[in-house]
Design a protein around this ligand. Structure first.
Ligand SMILES: Nc1nc2c(ncn2[C@@H]2O[C@H](COP(=O)(O)OP(=O)(O)OP(=O)(O)O)[C@@H](O)[C@H]2O)c(=O)[nH]1
Ligand SMILES: [Mg+2]
Length: 427
């Protein structure tokens, strides 16, 4: 059965686009437009839309794509109507009346995947392109959509397969007759692959930050200047600043770009023992935020055991120099050293050492890449310690199947559900 959805956000706008995919799409279009002609492939054409009583209600522009040369690989109709939710609802209602059903979230892309128009990693990158919170995240999605990730993963797979072939060729041969340099050559190849896979795993943090953004929490004792720093970084007087300790209660958030990195900056209540139930509730919220933060801007002295994702900041430097150990000294009020702080934030978040030509963006890809790494590491251990070629071959085959899962053309239903459930209806 054909399916239909509005592909643009619901609400009022200049135009809205309704998409329909499946065998009956063209006949449904003909009924709505009272047209007898078959439309041309990939050509936009003006029509009048009629309701079931025969009353015209909108002028629409329709682009039709015939199977298999469409996004979904099926007949696909894109109706651009005026962007009034009432018109959109009417068109959806008519499509359903004439034989369509409403699409599930991500069903257009899922259908494209099932029809072999893209592999699973390319389908995932469609979601990245739509949801990325920075232009770098969009660019990464676009690169992976045009096969960037798939190609690199296939290169890794080719190396693993040729290593596996050499090992299997030597499986039934006695130790003395093994191909010369088999162990050494295989160890070299595996060493390279382990490094490559390790750096791919490391890219997840920065890639996913570009796509989904990072949570950066400002914390510290009351009156330290957290809200002042928040306002300075955000560029507006968003949070209330007073000289009274315990001013901030609720978490105040704002999405901003820091050196092109999308971050969700959060100002929190100063942490102290308080008898005031409202302040205590705010302090509890501060603590919850600290547990899930990617980075904490802590307006406190560095403890003996500094935390990895904390930057320890000395504020109010305009009043005098710091006496303890801090990562940086600033004045939030006088805007001193703020650019230096911004640079520290971006380099800490992005971990500039993690560069790789394989850039993964989803936790599904991350877990598979970690499985590949583990199998390669185990293969390397067997090859260098117990020389068990059977076990090496087993681990390499496992690595190949994990690599396949990264870019598969056909995938199990449960994986499909995970991938496409994050999509919006109409994509
Ligand atoms: N001189 C100086 N004063 C500052 C600076 N930053 C903040 N202050 C002052 O310190 C006081 C407290 O600032 P806030 O930003 O409200 O402090 P806070 O950490 O958010 O406080 P709570 O919300 O109560 O936890 C205000 O009077 C600010 O004007 C600074 O860099 N220099
Ligand atoms: Mg405050």
């Amino acid at each position: 059965m054909s399916f239909v959805a509005c592909s643009t956000p619901l609400g009022t706008g200049g135009i809205a686009v309704v998409r329909m995919s499946g065998k009956s799409s063209i006949s449904v279009l003909k009924k709505i437009t009272k047209s007898k002609r078959v439309p041309k492939h990939s050509v936009a054409k003006k029509y009048t839309a009629y309701d079931s009583r025969g009353d015209s209600f909108d002028n629409i522009v329709v682009t039709t794509f015939f199977a298999p040369k469409s996004y979904t690989g099926e007949d696909l109709v894109e109706i651009s109507c005026h962007g009034n939710p009432v018109i959109v609802s009417k068109i959806l209602e008519l499509c359903c009346l004439y034989g369509c059903r409403i699409a599930d979230p991500g069903e257009f892309t899922k259908t494209a995947f099932l029809n072999g128009k893209m592999d699973i990693s390319e389908a995932e990158s469609v979601s990245d392109i739509i949801h990325a919170k920075s232009i770098d995240g969009v660019k990464l999605g676009a690169k992976n959509l045009s096969g960037g990730l798939s190609k690199k993963v296939k290169d890794v797979k080719t190396s693993v397969v040729s290593c596996l072939a050499a090992i299997e060729f030597n499986l039934d041969i006695s130790e003395e007759e093994l191909q010369p340099n088999l162990i050494k050559n295989s160890l070299d190849v595996l060493g390279d692959l382990v490094l490559k896979t390790k750096s791919a795993v490391k890219t997840f943090k920065s890639s996913s930050i570009f796509v989904s953004g990072a949570s950066v929490v400002i914390s510290g004792p009351p009156n330290a200047g957290k809200s002042t720093l928040f306002n300075t970084l955000v560029g507006t007087n968003r949070a209330i600043v007073t000289e009274i300790p315990g001013t901030t209660r609720d978490v105040v958030e704002k999405e901003i770009l820091v050196n092109t990195i999308p971050i969700n900056l959060k100002d929190t209540a100063g942490i102290r023992l308080s008898k005031d139930p409202v302040e205590s509730a705010g302090i509890e919220r501060s603590k919850e935020e600290l547990n899930t933060a990617d980075l904490v801007l802590c307006l406190e002295e560095k403890p003996k055991k500094p935390k990895k994702n904390y930057l320890y900041i000395y504020n109010k430097s305009d009043l005098g120099p710091p006496s303890g150990d801090f990562d940086i000294s600033i004045s939030a009020k006088k805007e001193k050293n703020i650019q230096k702080l911004i640079n520290m934030v971006s380099s800490t978040l992005l971990d500039t050492n993690s560069t790789s030509d394989i850039q993964i963006t989803t936790t599904r890809q991350l877990n598979l890449m970690k499985d590949v790494l583990l199998s390669l590491q185990k293969a390397r251990v067997h090859l260098s310690t117990d020389f068990s070629l059977e076990l090496v071959a087993e681990e390499l085959s496992r690595a190949v199947s994990f690599l396949d899962m990264l870019t598969e053309k056909t995938t199990k239903d449960d994986v499909l559900n995970v991938v496409f459930s994050s999509f919006c209806v109409g994509k």
